[in-house]
Design a protein. Structure first.
Ligand code: FES
Ligand code: FES
Length: 141
């Protein structure tokens, strides 16, 4: 019995019905924006997170990806994955996890790397805009 869905099925599902496409205001201090590019092909991904400063969790996620189907699918899947996560947990998401879920072939691994880079970049942008939140994160004293 095989329940494994193929690379094409999962990628096509996220590609044809991408989740959480859009953007949020960059000037909102609770929004972190990550903008990254893939050196291998020139594709670009913008990922934004809206963070609840009290719980340090991701309340909303939006993305826009100018790239291949695998990059779009990777970012769409990522938005579903990190919604509700703490920033600490979201920062630990690895592209290999995304690639495994979508069954990306080796030649498409860099597409999922774009998603990992984008979430890290969005988190770091949020922390830069909210230095106090980052400081409490270190545990104080
Ligand atoms: Fe063709 Fe990325 S290289 S879309
Ligand atoms: Fe470059 Fe997919 S081919 S991100």
């Amino acid at each position: 019995t095989t329940t494994t869905r193929s690379y094409h099925e999962k990628v096509l599902d996220h590609y044809s019905s991408p989740r959480n496409v859009g953007s949020m205001s960059k000037t909102d201090t609770s929004v972190g924006t990550g903008l990254v590019g893939a050196p291998a092909c020139g594709d670009v991904m913008k990922l934004q997170i809206k963070v609840n400063p009290d719980t340090d969790t991701i309340e909303d996620v939006k993305f826009k990806t100018f790239g291949c189907g695998s990059a779009i699918a990777s970012s769409s899947y990522l938005t579903e994955l990190v919604r509700g996560m703490t920033l600490t947990d979201a920062g630990k998401v690895r592209n290999t996890e995304i690639a495994r879920e979508l069954c990306l072939p080796p030649v498409k691994l860099h597409c999922s790397m774009l998603a990992e880079d984008a979430i890290k970049s969005a988190i770091s942008n949020y922390r830069t805009k909210n230095p106090k939140a980052a400081a409490t994160d270190l545990g104080g004293t």
